[in-house]
Structure formats: C-alpha cells, structure tokens
Design a protein around this ligand. Structure first.
Ligand SMILES: Cc1cc2nc3c(=O)[nH]c(=O)nc-3n(C[C@H](O)[C@H](O)[C@H](O)COP(=O)(O)OP(=O)(O)OC[C@H]3O[C@@H](n4cnc5c(N)ncnc54)[C@H](O)[C@@H]3O)c2cc1C
Length: 311
C-alpha cells in the first residue's frame, strides 16, 4: 500500500537516494520545475512524491519477466492546475514501503503532459526486492513516484552533430523520447545513430517504433545481437559483419543487424572518422556497460568526456 502523500515538500536528503550509485543521483540532480510547466502556468505533479495508479500491466511477448506498465496520476482533488512533465532522458524514483522501505529509479519511455500518464518498461530481476514487489502488483494499485531526475544531457537542436545513442536491453526506454524529440522537430539538423544491444531479435524492445524512426532522413540504427541463435551457426562460428542468411531473412526493411557484441571494431565502424568534436555519445544501460562503452568511444574515436553522456 502506498504511503499518504503528506510529506509533500521538495526537500531532498540522504534518505531520497536509492544507494545504487546511479550516475544521475537525486542528491546531485534535484527535481526542478520544468520550463514547459512554467510556460503553461501549471504545477508539475511529480516534483514531490505523487500517487499514480497502475492502468495496465502487460508481459512482453518474448519474455514474461519484462513488463510494460502504464501509470496515471491519481488524486481525489484534481483541480485542473497540474501537468506531468518528464523531459526526454530523465528518470523517476519509485518509493514503496509495502514490506520494507524501497527506492528504485525507472526511466519512462512515454509520458503525456496533459493526461498525466507515463509508461515504463521493467525487467524483473531474479531475487530483486523491488522486482518481487512489482511482480505482484494488482490492477489499479497506487504507487508513489517522484522526479524528473536527470539533465546530464541537454539537447541542442541547432548543433547539427552526429548523436550516437548506445542502449542496452530495457535501457532502450529512455532513449526513445530523446530520438522522438529530434525527429519530431523539422528544424533539428542533428543525425542519430542508434546502436541497440540485445540478446537476440526477440528481445529488441520497441522494434516497430524503431522501424518508424527509420523513415526519417537523419536516423539510422544497428542491432547488436549477442546471443542470436539459428540452426546454421554454432557457438564456434565467429561473428561476421553480415548476419547469416537465416537471421537476415528475419530482418525488416531498413533494419541492420550484427550477430555479436558491440565492441571496439563495431564502434569504430559506426563513429564518424576524425570528427570527434562533432560527435555526441549518449549511453543507456547498466553501470558496467556505461563504463565499458565510454572507455571504448573515447579510445576508438577520441570523443572527449564532455561529449559523453550517461543516462
Ligand atoms: C537511472 C536508472 C534508470 C533505470 N530505469 C529502469 C527501467 O526503466 N526499467 C528497469 O527495468 N530497470 C531500470 N533501472 C533498474 C532499476 O532501478 C532496478 O535496479 C531494477 O528494477 C531491480 O531492482 P530490484 O530491487 O528488484 O533488484 P536490485 O536489488 O536493485 O538488483 C538485483 C540484481 O539485478 C542487477 N540489476 C539491476 N538492474 C539491472 C539491469 N538493468 N541490468 C542488469 N542487471 C541489473 C543488480 O546489479 C543486482 O545484482 C534503472 C536504474 C537506473 C540507475
């Protein structure tokens, strides 16, 4: 059961941190009133812990441990003076004290400003305390979220750079609003290379959405499928630049894939040569993945730390 929201001041202290060493910790990135909310003259409901009701909870077709959860703002006194603003690339903190107090960050892949709703893609971790709690959620159950937290990457629509977005597994979620923001703005001349690391094609989340993105002149993507199986290759078959015929037949128009991990050689092929100042790299994934990828992009393309952003 969610707590009553009677502590709704905006103070942040040590107890607001989940202790997992997040790159964008709430202690350094306090939720700030958004420009959009200020322009609209409205209150952003999520700036302090707010109640959200679970509207739907679907298992992903390839993996029952991956859930698509849709939440809507819940209040008994909803005067129309509020909005929900979670800018692209930001996350929110989920707080629960069902059994013991727990705090965990989650990154919405979709949110609606006026309807005050958002969606999460959640991978339930074996034996994870928050995962166990989420696995047993009931329809319409009310949870408490606070945010938006982030701001490590501030997009410049006038920059005309090559934005390389590297996403691992469910961490593709916060990269979708970032991509959509660029593609939806006709005046934005930045180009996006979306490098998506997944175990296999079945685990490429939001594949249809990625195919929609591929219609735009300034978007391209490549899937890195570390454990793609087929009947023609075995574990001794070395990865090649082109997937085998069987995997190729499963790809859709404008879909590029590589059956292996994204490593230095593949990164070097994706990053523009001798143009480090015009490359911006955004990395979404587990902290060890973020560390490894940051080191690789710095090494293979000389991208400076200031142009590498971790979500
Ligand atoms: C900024 C940020 C945003 C996040 N957004 C999302 C999101 O949108 N969806 C989502 O499912 N999770 C997300 N996470 C992870 C999430 O906060 C929890 O860690 C996760 O749900 C597990 O919580 P837990 O309490 O069940 O298990 P924990 O006790 O936190 O973790 C259990 C085990 O799983 C490992 N683990 C946790 N997360 C991952 C991961 N992503 N990949 C591989 N191993 C992992 C931990 O290292 C640990 O060994 C995000 C994390 C951060 C830092």
């Amino acid at each position: 059961m969610a707590r009553n929201n009677n502590d709704d001041d905006d103070a942040i202290d040590e107890s607001d941190c989940c202790g997992n060493g997040c790159t964008n910790c709430i202690l350094d990135h306090k939720p700030q009133p958004s420009q959009r909310a200020q322009l609209a003259g409205k209150r952003n409901v999520i700036l302090t812990y707010a109640n959200f009701r679970l509207l739907s909870n679907e298992a992903h077709k390839a993996d029952a441990q991956v859930r698509l959860m849709h939440f809507g703002y819940h209040t008994e006194h909803d005067a129309d003076d509020s909005i929900l603003d979670i800018p692209p690339g930001h996350h929110v903190m989920l707080r629960t004290d069902a059994t013991t107090p727990l705090l965990r960050p989650y990154s919405p892949y979709w949110s609606d400003f006026a309807a005050k709703e958002f969606k999460l893609l959640i991978k339930l971790q074996p034996n994870g305390p928050m995962s166990s709690f989420l696995a047993n959620l009931q329809p319409l159950q009310v949870l408490q979220f606070r945010g938006p937290i982030g701001g490590n990457y501030v997009h410049d629509a006038k920059a005309a750079k090559c934005i390389v977005i590297i996403a691992q597994g469910v961490a593709i979620a916060p990269t979708l609003p970032l991509v959509a923001q660029i593609l939806d703005n006709e005046d934005d001349m930045n180009r996006i290379r979306h490098l998506i690391c997944a175990q296999d094609l079945e685990h490429v989340y939001f594949r249809e959405r990625l195919l929609e993105f591929a219609q735009y002149w300034n978007y391209s993507s490549c899937l890195y499928l570390a454990h793609q199986s087929c009947t023609c290759c075995d574990s001794n078959t070395p990865p090649t630049d082109q997937p085998c015929e069987q995997v190729r037949r499963q790809l859709r128009y404008k879909e590029a894939a590589y059956t292996g991990r994204l490593e230095a050689k593949q990164l070097a092929a994706q990053l523009p040569v001798n143009d480090a100042d015009n490359i911006v790299v955004i990395i979404a994934g587990h902290s060890s993945f973020q560390r490894e990828m940051s080191e690789q992009v710095a090494k293979v393309a000389g991208v400076s730390a200031g142009n590498i952003h971790l979500l």
